[in-house]
Design a protein around this ligand. Structure first.
Ligand code: SF4
Ligand code: SF4
Length: 56
C-alpha cells in the first residue's frame, strides 16, 4: 500500500525533494502523497524528522 503523511507533519518540505517519483506535494495543512504515484520506496519516511509518513 502507498505511504501517507500523518498529522505529525510540520511541513518542512524535506520529503518532497527526496521522493524519486514526485508523489509528494504541499497541501493545505500538511504535505500529501499521491497514492497513484507512490512506489512505496520508503525514502520519505527515512528523511522525515518527525516520522510523519506511514505505510497504510
Ligand atoms: S514512499 Fe517513496 S515513492 Fe512513496 S511518497 Fe515516499 S518517497 Fe515517494
Ligand atoms: S519530511 Fe516529514 S515533516 Fe517534512 S514535509 Fe515531509 S512529512 Fe512533513
Amino acid at each position: 500500500m502507498a505511504y501517507r503523511i500523518t498529522d505529525k507533519c510540520i511541513s518542512c518540505g524535506t520529503c518532497e525533494m527526496e521522493c524519486p517519483v514526485g508523489a509528494i506535494s504541499q497541501g493545505d495543512e500538511r504535505y500529501v502523497i499521491d497514492p497513484e504515484k507512490c512506489i512505496e520506496c520508503g525514502a520519505c519516511q527515512s528523511v522525515c524528522p518527525v516520522g510523519a509518513p506511514e505505510q497504510e
